[in-house]
Each structure stands twice: as structure tokens, then as C-alpha cells.
Ligand binder design. Sequence first.
Ligand code: PAF
Length: 293
Amino acid sequence: MKVVHTAQDLAAWPRKGRRVVVMTMGALHDGHLALVRQARELGDQVVVTVFVNPLQFNESTDYERYPRDLEADVARLKGSGVDVVFAPADDTMYPDGVPAASVSAGEMGRVLEGAARPGHFDGVLTVVAKLLHLTQPDIAVFGAKDAQQVIAVRALVRDLNFPVEIATAPTVRDADGLAQSSRNVFLSASEREQALVLSRALNVADEQARNGVQVQNVLTQGRAMLESAPEVRVDYFTVMNPANAQPIDSDYRGEAVIAVAAHVGDTRLIDNVTTRIGPRDADPQGDAAWPAK
Ligand code: PAF
């Protein structure tokens, strides 16, 4: 496994078969390794990018405290079938600081995660576009845990004609259901215990939605369950259309994503599950847009 830091060294690295990229901001955990495994299955050459992208943080403290340890990340990737790690410095990615030209996520960048973190998806799409140009993959694998990010990246490659296929890998969870996240290290033991209510509320909501309970009731009950945990502050708990990240209409039928964001203590966590609204054979609006569970 080679580690390169510059665009020139990456470009000089010979291409072999189908190239798959996994983009990360480092602080690698089992969830990232699952993305790498999926990448390995899908292609012949795997590139992992490690870059903490300043453009997607709207709070400088969040950016500064984001965990960075390239040596540990490289050690974690050893033996996982990665061919190249691309770990550019800030001035390789943004030589003039904030770039003059950037990508806008449009309306889908202003809802849910985008409402809580203005500019976040513009920053994500800008760095994803740059990393796609630099790594030139046939396939890029993203984690389903960042559901809105997957939706936005799909829109980017569709609307701006990037010649790349977007694949998703399922969320990796600890045995008790907590979705793995680089932010989990910030949770105290009691916060971690309370954070379990996120996946529990999602599972209950999924079951209710599949059993035909009205979406409004599903959401009311889910929010009440979340609010019963004293250190959990709900940001949103919603059912979104996997095609555009907007809340589903009352006549929506098909696959949908139940998504949650909540602060647990000072740490903001997100999670989601796919669900089905309405019977299996009724008007599957969302089926083509989102991978099955
Ligand atoms: O999901 C992430 O870790 C980041 O948003 C990404 C896709 C690597 C872009 O910085």
C-alpha cells in the first residue's frame, strides 16, 4: 500500500482495471473498513482519500477538534486491500485558501443537515468533485449512514455528468445498535448509553411505517421516544424522499429514509434507516433511488 500526498504522485500511479475510491476524513473506524471491503469487491484498484475538508465545517471549533492521525489511519488500512492512500495537505487541495469557484448543492443543501450546517453540502460537493477529478475512479463508495450526502453526491454526478458510478455501503453498527461514527469518541459513557435511543427510535419507526401506521404518528412517537433521554436534544426526526432529501408528501408510496439528528451532550450524531411507505407493489417512487436494506 502506497501513501501519496500530491496530485502529481497520484497521477503518476499506474491504473489497473476498475478503480474504486473511498473518500474519508480520516479517524478511520470499522465503518470505513466496510466501505473499503465493498470497494475491493467492486473493483481491481482501491484508492482511499484522507482529507479533513475545511469547507464543510461551519464551526471552526468543530474543524479544529476533528480527530487527525494519519499514521493510525494508514496502520488501520494495512492488510485491507487498499492500493493507494491519497492524503493531500490543505494547500494541495486549496492552494489559494477558499476557492473562487465551488459547487452548490442547491435546495437539497439547505434542508435537514444543510439547515443545521449552512454551506456544509456545498463544501462536501466541492471536495468530492475535486477528489473525483484527482482520483479518476470508475466507482466511488459512500456510507449509507450519511444519507443526505449520498443523495447530494448522486445529484452532483448526475447533474454535472461525472463519469462515475456511486455505490453505497450499509451503516456499520456496534453490537448494541449505535451507528459507528468518528464523533462517538466524544461521548461519555452515560452519553453513549443515551445515544442508543437514536437507533432504537429509528427501528421502532421503521416497523411502524412498514405496518402501515400513518407517517405523522410514526414521527410523533419517535420524537417522544428520543426526548425521553435527558441528554438528547433532537434536531430533526423525519421521513425523507431518497430522490431529493425533501420530507415525503402525504401521498408518497415506496422506499423512504427515516433520518435523525440529535445532540447527545455536546456531540451531534446522525443516523437513518430505510423503510417502506405503503404496500410493496404500490407506486415504488423511491425504489430506484436508494439501495435496499
Ligand atoms: O463523509 C465524509 O467523510 C466526507 O463528507 C467526505 C465525503 C470524505 C468529503 O469530505
